[in-house]
Design a protein around this ligand. Structure first.
Ligand SMILES: Cc1ncc(COP(=O)(O)O)c(C=O)c1O
Length: 382
């Protein structure tokens, strides 16, 4: 059949350019380790920043406390019969932590971002989005009825020029940015963005997916560190990363949250997360994150010594094949890393995205640093 041939050709093309993705067979994961191809490896490719996922003793502690109280399926969307007390308790907890009027849970960060941008950005409205924002933000804008512009990554002059040129042509405007960028590990210039948002009468949405749980004394993210929470209209955070659970939240004014409850399709038309999962997220936020402050600080210090302002450390290699080869070298030295390739990152910037987790000791990274250094030197000499 021609259709299959067409798809086969696309796959062959991906394989030719080392772009083909496949699912790996891990035999197990245990806090900072992952078991793969018969080896126990230090996992440098997860978002399990605080080691709360893949943590058997923590899971046991939680399950012993809750027993059979919460089910493993909600069997309903939130707006139908899917809102048990624990959902609202988690929403209230988060709204209170941020000092916001309201909060809404989503099934994932992907659901949150596509649901928020697509609903808020109506016909005649505009979103200004950092070029490196996550695919879910881009997809949300593409699904919306409004227009969007992508400004060069973290380039505040370019953003201001765009605002001067375009803002007055639209009714409502939002600026949207990640705080810690997922692939580059750098941090957006939130102070300047807040200044521009005020000057040009825009709303501001910050995606703290990679910062929630990690940055700030309370673990609320970069906006907490900078004292800017009150200046942000909507803060998005996810539970699938530092919290070691699943799901996401957005917190902001009662008006915006009510609007999302009524208009955000990825919220409305999807079964709510299992109550047990919501209860786990709540338990982690209430009882565990505050215990990690010292470890988080140490993790960020290690990252700093490796040249990154966050726990995500990009090692740009360039070509796809060289990146895959470097991962293989690291595998043989006890590290699990993954090549990040286009279209996830721009062509020619294939990289390792090293992500630290807070139980990793600096000494465990010595061989990794050595091997990366050797490899990049050989490449330069070529
Ligand atoms: C910045 C950012 N936002 C949102 C998401 C999506 O979150 P989730 O994995 O919960 O769907 C990701 C996922 O990696 C992300 O990096």
């Amino acid at each position: 059949m021609d259709m299959y041939e067409d798809y086969e050709n696309i796959l062959t093309e991906l394989k030719t350019h080392s772009h083909f993705r496949d699912l790996k067979d891990f035999s197990d994961k245990d806090e900072k380790y992952i078991y793969y191809r018969g080896k126990k490896l230090l996992n440098l490719s997860s978002n399990n920043y605080l080691n709360f996922a893949d943590n058997k003793s923590l899971t046991q502690e939680f399950l012993e406390q809750i027993g059979c109280k919460y089910s493993f399926g909600s069997a309903s969307a939130r707006l139908l019969t899917g809102t048990l007390p624990v959902y609202k308790e988690l929403e209230t907890l988060l709204a209170d932590l941020y000092g916001k009027e309201a909060c809404l849970l989503y099934n994932s960060g992907y659901h949150a971002n596509i649901g928020i941008s697509s609903a808020l950005n109506k016909k005649g409205d505009i979103i200004f989005s950092d070029k490196l924002n996550h695919a879910s933000i881009i997809d949300g804008m593409q699904l919306s009825q409004g227009k969007f512009f992508r400004f060069p990554h973290n380039d505040m002059d370019a953003l201001e020029k765009l605002l001067i040129r375009e803002r007055e042509n639209y009714k409502n405007a939002f600026i949207v940015t990640e705080s810690v960028f997922s692939m580059d590990g750098d941090i957006s210039d939130l102070r300047k963005i807040v200044e521009l948002k005020k000057k040009y009468d825009c709303g501001l949405i910050i995606d703290e997916a990679h910062a929630f749980g990690v940055f700030g004394e309370k673990g609320l993210g970069v906006a907490e560190v900078l004292g800017l929470i009150d200046d942000v209209d909507l803060i998005v955070g996810t539970f699938g990363k530092a919290v070691g659970s699943m799901g996401a939240f957005v917190t902001g004014s009662r008006t915006l949250i009510d609007y999302l409850i009524n208009k955000s399709r990825s919220f409305i038309f999807s079964t709510a997360l299992p109550p047990v999962n919501i209860a786990f997220t709540k338990w982690i936020i209430e009882t565990q994150i505050s215990k990690t402050l010292q470890k988080r600080r140490r993790m960020l210090e290690i990252a700093k010594s490796m040249g990154s302002s966050s726990h995500i450390i990009p090692v740009i290699v360039g070509e796809n094949k060289d990146t895959v080869d470097l991962c293989e070298v690291l595998f043989h030295n006890g590290y699990f890393t993954l090549p990040i390739r286009p279209p996830t990152v721009p062509a020619g910037t294939s990289r390792l995205r090293l992500s630290l987790t807070c139980e990793i000791e600096e000494s465990e990274l010595a061989v990794l640093k050595e091997k990366i250094h050797e490899n990049l030197l050989v490449k330069q000499a070529k």
